[in-house]
Design a protein around this ligand. Structure first.
Ligand SMILES: [Zn+2]
Length: 79
């Protein structure tokens, strides 16, 4: 569970996802660029690392597509 503190109304808000927009439920302020905190420990969470992991996974998925295309071509040659 993540926590962000609104710099306008000073109220904390909570979410389980580090992705997407984050709007303050109290005043509607955009908190997307505010730092993440662990709601349990109040420690600042480095979410950038997780985003990099997701990007790496996306790269893996996209890089596996050309290989699949190559397999299809070789199958066509055999036929
Ligand atoms: Zn607010």
């Amino acid at each position: 569970m993540y926590q962000k503190n609104c710099d306008r109304c000073q109220r904390p808000s909570f979410s389980s996802s580090e992705q997407g927009e984050w709007l303050c439920p109290v005043c509607g302020n955009d908190l997307t660029c505010q730092p993440f905190f662990n709601a349990m420990t109040q420690e600042r969470v480095n979410v950038a690392y997780k985003v990099q992991e997701q990007r790496r996974q996306i790269q893996k998925e996209t890089s596996s597509q050309p290989a699949a295309t190559r397999e299809n071509k070789s199958i066509n040659l055999i036929i």
